[in-house]
Structure formats: structure tokens, C-alpha cells
Write a protein that binds this ligand. Structure first.
Ligand code: GDP
Length: 319
């Protein structure tokens, strides 16, 4: 990739897609195609094909398709599955037909079996049942990973795949119901601080663990892999560190400045009990995350506060 390269981030309005665009722009790439809000609808095959024909991307980061936290997955499994399948079956074959130079497809750590040994190594994929709370979404993402591998096997297509940890950062979905745990808790703790509420509820037991990665680091890893990785195996993109939900909630409370009590609600699902990616293959290639967890949370909170001041919908959210 040189600075004249025509690059497409399919899904530039997603958490990771937006971070990728920021970073690519910062690194001097100025042929960034289909920037939001001018992206086509990636679930529409005709729009996707026309876009490839017209814009002729050379490198494609495929981050598109909706995602959400544990509650969003419980409420909308069909929509999440259909749209992610559509994005995969539209963009991946179009990238092949139009002869792009390389594609990177972004999978998710929920693709791993619920009871796989930890840390999660890519050879554990498809070795056991998935966690029921994200079965539909994970099945669609597994289909995307498998489709890339199939194109490599059948046509020697230059397609690589990653599995990312739990991402967070600027541009995250801060809605208290649909968002992931960090953005959801950050918003609820902020509101509780402003209203001097005595406690905040943490969903589930607080015991599950997750591998949290700041989205700017994840974007950096994806660009690194686009340059340096070319194998059929997916590659994990994580922080190398595992944190419990309760310990994470305590750190968010410190960053937000909320001093009330944190109460666990066991009536809410825990989801996967443990999730730590084995990112050693990526680290062995020479990449490491740069942002320490607390610094990343502070940057995320700053973005959220700024957003609150400038965007009416966040102020209006009353949940
Ligand atoms: P997951 O990593 O795919 O399971 O998705 P989430 O990021 O939504 O949830 C991670 C863990 O955080 C689960 O164990 C949730 O029960 C727990 N959790 C605690 N409080 C919250 C919250 O306010 N929002 C969300 N989304 N999850 C929460």
C-alpha cells in the first residue's frame, strides 16, 4: 500500500471502520473511497457491484455489518445475522470479481466455542457449540471467515481474516441497552454521577472476563496485518490481557469519577464466561498495542462528554 493506493473501508461508520479511516487519513492515505455518508448500502448486491465498478478499490478492509452488546443480540438476532451475511456475500465476491489486490475481513471473538480452552487459539474455531446469547451473529461472522478461506482455496484470492477482541473507544454505541459493556456502563455511570444516584447496576455476575482492546490500537493492527500478513488462517487481534467485568466496571467508575456502589444483577445474562484471545501470533510478527487501558478509557470518556455537548440525541436519551 502506498499513499496513492485506492483504499476502501467497507463499514466506515462502524466503531472499527471509523478508527481505520482516522488512522489511514493520519498516515497520509488520501484515496479513501466511499467515505460515510456516501457509502453504498453493503447489504444491497447491486449497489455494492456498482460501487466496485465505479471506484475500483485496490485494498478493502471489511468491517461492515451491524453489531451490538449482549442485549442487542438477545433482541435482534435475526436482523444481526441477515445483515452480516448479506454484507459478507455481497462484498467478498465483488472484491474477487473486481480483482482487488487484498482484502481483510474482520471477525469477532464471539466466533469461538463457548467452552474452548483459554487463551483462544484460532485452531479452536468450529470445535464446539457457540455461546447461545450470540449464536446468530457469530454464525454470520463465521460464514464470512469461511467464505474468505474458500476464495483462497478455490481461486488463490488474496483474502485474510482477523478475529478482534472486545473493542471500545470513540464512535462506540453509547446507548445503555444496545451498546457493549464499556460504553453502556460509562454512560450509566456518567448519568448516575450527574444525578448523584447511590448505585449503578452491572449486568450479570460481574465474573466473566473479556479481552478489551482500544479501537485505535485495533485499527493500527489491521493496517499492520494488511501490510505484513498473508495466510489462510485467521489471526487474533487482542490486548493480551484478560479483565473481569467487575474489575472493568471499577476502573470505569474511577475514570468517570463516580463514587456510588456497583451492584451486580444476576438476572441479566453473563454471556461467555471467559474470553481471552491468544494474540501471540500477532505479537510475534512485531505488533503490540500501544494504549494503556486507563488512558484508553479516559480518551473514550472525553469523546463521550464532547459528543454529549454537541449531539442532541445523547442528551435526549432518558434510559
Ligand atoms: P459480549 O462481550 O459479547 O458478551 O458483549 P457485551 O460487551 O455486551 O457484554 C460483556 C459482559 O458484560 C457480559 O457478561 C454482560 O453481562 C456484562 N455487562 C455488565 N454490564 C453491562 C452493560 O451495562 N452493558 C452490556 N452490554 N454488558 C454488560
Amino acid at each position: 500500500m502506498d499513499q496513492q493506493t485506492r483504499i476502501l473501508v467497507a463499514g466506515g461508520d462502524t466503531l472499527l471502520g471509523a478508527a481505520l479511516l482516522r488512522r489511514l487519513h493520519g498516515q497520509g492515505y488520501h484515496q479513501l473511497l466511499g467515505l460515510p455518508p456516501r457509502e453504498p448500502d453493503w447489504t444491497d448486491a447491486e449497489q455494492v457491484d456498482n460501487f466496485f465498478l465505479r471506484e475500483r478499490p485496490e485494498y478493502v478492509f471489511l468491517t461492515g455489518g451491524p453489531s451490538g452488546g449482549i442485549e442487542e443480540n438477545r433482541r435482534y438476532p435475526a436482523d444481526l445475522m441477515v445483515e452480516n451475511l448479506q454484507v459478507a456475500v455481497n462484498v467478498i465476491p465483488a472484491a474477487f470479481r473486481h480483482g482487488i489486490r487484498k482484502l481483510l475481513y474482520v471477525g469477532s471473538s464471539c466466533c469461538y466455542p463457548k467452552s474452548a480452552p483459554q487463551p483462544l487459539r484460532v485452531e479452536y474455531l468450529l470445535t464446539g457449540p457457540l455461546e447461545p446469547t450470540n449464536l446468530a451473529y457469530a454464525s454470520a461472522k463465521l460464514a464470512g471467515l469461511t467464505l474468505c478461506r474458500a476464495y483462497r482455496q478455490q481461486y488463490d484470492a488474496p483474502f485474510i481474516t482477523t478475529i478482534t477482541a472486545n473493542l471500545f473507544g470513540p464512535d462506540d454505541d453509547f446507548h445503555p441497552e444496545s451498546g457493549h459493556v464499556i460504553s453502556g456502563l460509562m454512560r450509566r455511570m456518567h448519568r448516575a454521577k450527574v444525578r448523584a444516584e447511590p448505585h449503578v447496576v452491572i449486568w450479570g455476575s460481574g465474573r466473566p472476563t473479556r479481552d478489551f482492546l482500544y479501537v485505535d490500537d485495533a485499527a493500527d493492527a489491521c493496517i499492520f496485518l494488511m501490510r505484513h500478513y498473508n495466510s489462510e488462517e485467521p489471526i487474533n487481534v487482542g490486548s493480551g490481557t484478560e479483565r473481569s467485568i467487575l474489575e472493568t466496571a471499577r476502573t470505569i467508575a474511577e475514570v468517570v469519577g463516580y463514587r456510588g456502589r456497583l451492584l451486580c444483577d444476576p438476572n441479566r445474562p453473563d454471556g461467555m464466561p471467559r474470553r481471552l484471545l491468544d494474540s501471540s501470533p500477532l505479537f510475534d510478527l512485531g505488533w503490540r498495542p500501544r494504549t494503556d487501558f486507563r488512558t484508553a478509557l479516559a480518551a473514550t470518556y472525553e469523546w463521550f462528554l464532547h459528543q454529549q455537548m454537541t449531539e442532541e440525541p445523547y442528551v435526549a436519551l432518558a434510559v
